[in-house]
Design a protein around this ligand. Structure first.
Ligand SMILES: NC(=O)c1ccc[n+]([C@@H]2O[C@H](COP(=O)([O-])OP(=O)(O)OC[C@H]3O[C@@H](n4cnc5c(N)ncnc54)[C@H](OP(=O)(O)O)[C@@H]3O)[C@@H](O)[C@H]2O)c1
Length: 412
């Protein structure tokens, strides 16, 4: 699911706060060299950090003590001997995670549907092209039996599972089916084939769960954290907003229309993170012991940005005077109230009412760490990682359009 920056998507905004370690351009240079070796013949990896240096987040939420003495043996193997199963490999983040893991020399088994992408627009050939360097396993993550049969056919053991699965529409049923059940299938299947570590792409907003997809994610997170096998580890990555969720107004504003926001545009903030930066952070979670058994909220570089500040950045990039349309929250609340009321008597409207609530949530809630002491969102507590800024992203979209930044199937 995505956070759109359409008028009905108020996803976040933030103000960049540069961290000194992010400024060294050499340190931050990035090159993705897909490794297309087949699984059985991969060459030993030289250095996992060659293609993209590891950037340390400023902080993390520690959930338990790390017992390095019980580190699973896969951590001692060279990258080319580590088999990583990636589910959700064809998503906005999943594609970049596959690319990053491949570039670091791991053996990547990417699970995909035969028709993948938004509304199944990619056929098998397109999917294979997209997941170059990985061993693509066409299967069904929603069906544990078929998933396990597919893995059986590969005749391989699995060391690590990385899940970038997510409901493509964020609806109630689909969220439980994908964010909980299918993700759990990948855990169970992975473990049955030897996996000792699970990296989960979750979302920072689960810290304040008011929506069904957040509850589905939290249920899985809780089960992941409570595995009986003490040698099994996890990393739960909870990012703030993605760039795609904030780019929805670029084309409209470019045409001369105003930038739309709710309220005064200062209510919610986030530290947007690019696909590549997040993929790199997720790849770090495969081997780095300080990320074992951790819940890891993560944002991009710079300070938190409100919608107002995001709009100002966009107008600056376009070289235009800012022009805003501020929509009162009451308008959205009225629509949601009507949908909620109708949903009580017409069950078919329940999903639409949920989409309205999702829009409302992101119009008001920041994608930053919620300080348990103050109950306020805290920019300072939210770690930063990577180098790509929203301004760079806006410049790219103004130049090249939104290709590759397509939102999911939700209509908010
Ligand atoms: N958008 C944001 O700003 C934001 C911020 C923080 C966190 N997040 C979280 O990040 C996560 C991933 O986001 P994303 O944008 O990368 O997701 P996405 O582009 O929607 O990708 C979802 C992935 O799950 C797969 N999937 C969905 N339904 C499936 C089904 N029925 N059967 C098999 N596979 C299925 C998709 O496969 P197909 O290609 O075959 O459809 C795709 O690989 C979500 O959990 C989201 O909550 C998002």
């Amino acid at each position: 699911m995505s956070l759109s920056s359409s008028p009905f998507n108020v996803f976040a905004s933030y103000t960049p706060k540069p961290k000194t370690f992010l400024k060294d351009s050499k340190l931050l240079s990035r090159s993705h060299q897909p490794n297309s070796f087949p699984l059985q013949t991969q060459k030993p990896s030289t250095n996992l950090t060659l293609t993209r240096p590891k950037l340390k987040p400023i902080s993390s939420l520690e959930t338990s003590e790390i017992n390095t003495s019980s580190s699973p043996t896969f951590r001692n193997k060279p990258a080319n001997e580590i088999n990583i199963l990636v589910v959700g490999s064809t998503g906005y983040i999943g594609r970049f995670v596959v690319k990053e893991l491949v570039s670091r020399g791991f053996n990547v088994i990417a699970v995909a549907r035969e028709k993948s992408g938004v509304r199944g627009k990619n056929n098998k050939e397109e999917t294979l092209k997209q997941l170059k360097g990985a061993n693509v396993c066409f299967s069904d993550v929603t069906d544990i039996t078929s998933l396990q049969e597919s893995l059986q056919n590969l005749n391989l053991s699995i060391d690590v599972v990385v899940s970038c699965l997510a409901s493509r529409n964020g609806g109630i049923k689909d969220s439980w089916k994908i964010d909980y059940e299918a993700t759990k299938n990948s855990l169970v299947a992975g473990q049955n084939f030897g996996a000792k570590h699970f990296v989960l792409l979750s979302a920072i907003c689960v810290q304040k769960p008011l929506l069904e997809f957040q509850r589905a994610k939290l249920k899985f997170e809780a089960e992941l954290m409570n595995q009986k096998d003490s040698t099994f580890t996890y990393s739960i990555v909870r990012p703030t907003a993605f760039f795609k969720s904030l780019g929805g107004q670029v084309e409209i504003v470019k045409e001369g229309k105003p930038y739309v926001m709710f309220g005064d545009g200062k209510l919610c903030a986030c530290k947007p993170i690019s696909e590549e930066d997040l993929a790199s952070f997720i790849a770090d979670c495969v081997l780095e012991e300080d990320k074992m058994n951790q819940v890891l909220p993560i944002g991009g570089p710079g300070k938190a940005l409100t919608p107002l500040e995001q709009g100002e950045i966009l107008f600056r990039v376009l070289g235009r005077e800012p022009k805003f349309l501020k929509v009162p929250f009451e308008v959205m609340d009225f629509v949601i109230g009507v949908l909620d009321g109708v949903a009580k008597v017409v069950p078919g409207v329940k999903e639409a009412a949920e989409f309205g609530k999702i829009g409302r949530y992101y119009a008001a809630e920041s994608m930053l760490i919620l300080d348990p002491e103050t109950g306020e969102y805290s920019e300072e507590m939210t770690p930063s990682y990577g180098k790509d800024t929203l301004e760079d992203f806006f410049e790219k979209v103004v130049r090249e359009g939104m290709a590759g930044q397509e939102l999911g199937e939700q209509f908010f």
